[in-house]
Design a protein around this ligand. Structure first.
Ligand SMILES: [Zn+2]
Length: 428
């Protein structure tokens, strides 16, 4: 078979595999209700003033935040789909000679830095809004340090990808995509596994939850749930934000349950238990591992699509390069990656929202306390200034979780389903 024929077959097989994995592996209906369901109604649990404050915050923060996404994508597409990117790489790499390694290194830094610098004022504006609303607790210098760390991390991963890719393209011009698909999938698994021990400590300090009744009750709950947990870790999130959160990351030996110190300070012990019960739901269903495997499959699909792009003489000409092995094609590669991330995010979020709902059902099953669940959701929504009633477009594109009012309605549905008293309005 020609390498092109093999590429098309591989793409179709991987794509079918990905669609099947998502269709069969996603909990589309986490709560099996047969009767009428409780309507989602933000005004039942949130006052008009609370809704107005959240609306005002989003009206202020979304323009710079969304513009930043649009500008980053536009810069990427302009550099990759016109000769501008290739010219920029020529210009910055010429003092280092004509070796392809220098071009990938210096060119990769230049192309990513242009995009990062252009969106910096917009990101600063969004940060200023968060500070005005008391959500961010950072000084400008610590914010800039975070930006630099984030850029450095992205740059390292980008350069690893680019060196791997161009190294393969130059060694195996016809079959590089097969190696790259396997390599890309493995990279996703390795990064996800190493993330909690390599990446997270760059941004936060983690300490074991202090011994005491709360820690004992959380570990007891984990044991009762059949999820072995040695510890619950506390992140010093308060150095950056007032937001409340908890999460599970890693898998196997690196799996950990983390709660923000902000949550421990403001929520009641019963509310913390509800949050940890939700995280145990993720751990029990191995959501991080399955998400990683789907991500690995998605990456292999993406590499095949990228190979098709790099075989298109028209697109290469547009990017000002003659062949896919020309390291100046990295601007085109980065543009396709940026586009792939933007297009892939809504699909990822669709799956994420169902998985989050399943973890919520798990929390309710484990704690059997929908009243506390609702109080906790109300607190999370208010402190994090969550959008209580987003437009369907914003929700579909960006929401990784159901809204607070949706999660509250779920808790009432759960109570109905289990014949327990349905908690009333939580607005204070
Ligand atoms: Zn979750």
């Amino acid at each position: 078979m020609s390498s092109r024929g093999a590429l098309v077959v591989a793409l179709v097989v991987l794509l079918v595999g990905l669609v099947l994995a998502i269709a069969l592996g996603t909990p589309w209906r986490p709560l099996h209700m047969t009767g009428p369901v409780v309507p989602v109604d933000p005004t039942r649990d949130f006052t008009a003033a609370e809704i107005a404050r959240e609306d005002a915050f989003h009206a202020a923060v979304r323009p710079p935040a969304y513009l930043s996404l649009v500008v980053a994508l536009a810069v990427s597409l302009v550099l990759g789909l016109s000769p501008l990117g290739a010219r920029l790489i020529d210009r910055v790499a010429s003092p280092f000679g004509s070796g392809w390694g220098w071009r990938v290194l210096v060119g990769g830094v230049a192309v990513t830095a242009v995009g990062r610098l252009l969106v910096l004022p917009l990101d600063a504006r969004a940060e200023a809004v968060q500070r005005r609303y008391g959500l961010s607790t950072q000084s400008w210098s610590s914010w800039l340090v975070d930006v630099a760390k984030g850029y450095g991390l992205t740059l390292v991963i980008t350069l690893v990808v680019l060196f791997g890719l161009f190294g393969l393209v130059r060694r195996a011009p016809d079959w590089w995509w097969a190696w790259a698909a396997v390599g890309g999938a493995l990279l996703v698994v390795v990064v996800s596994f190493a993330y909690p021990v390599v990446v997270e400590p760059v941004f936060n300090k983690f300490t074991p939850l202090q011994a005491g009744p709360l820690r004992t009750s959380l570990l007891e709950m984990a044991a009762r749930d059949g999820v072995p947990a040695k510890d619950v870790l506390v992140a010093d999130a308060s150095r950056r934000t007032t937001a409340l959160n908890a999460y599970v990351s890693g898998f196997g030996a690196t799996r950990r349950i983390v709660v923000y110190d902000t949550l421990l300070r403001s929520a009641t012990p019963d509310e913390v238990r509800v949050v940890v019960a939700h995280e145990l739901g993720h751990a029990k269903r191995r959501d991080v591992l399955w998400g990683t495997l789907e991500g690995a499959l998605g990456t292999a699909v993406f590499v095949c699509l990228l190979a098709l792009v790099l075989r298109s003489p028209g697109l290469l000409r547009r990017a000002g390069v003659e062949s896919a092995g020309d390291p100046r094609a990295l601007a085109l590669v980065l543009a396709v990656i940026a586009l792939g991330l933007v297009l892939g995010t809504p699909a990822q979020n669709l799956v994420s929202r169902r998985i989050e709902t399943r973890a919520d059902v798990h929390a309710l099953d484990l704690t059997r306390d929908p009243g506390t669940f609702i109080e906790m959701e109300r607190r999370l929504s208010l402190v994090n200034l969550s959008d209580l009633d987003p437009s369907p477009i914003v929700f579909g594109l960006f929401a990784t979780h159901p809204t607070g009012p949706q999660r509250i309605a779920l808790a009432r549905d759960w109570a109905v389903l289990h014949g327990l008293p349905v908690p009333g309005a939580a607005a204070h």
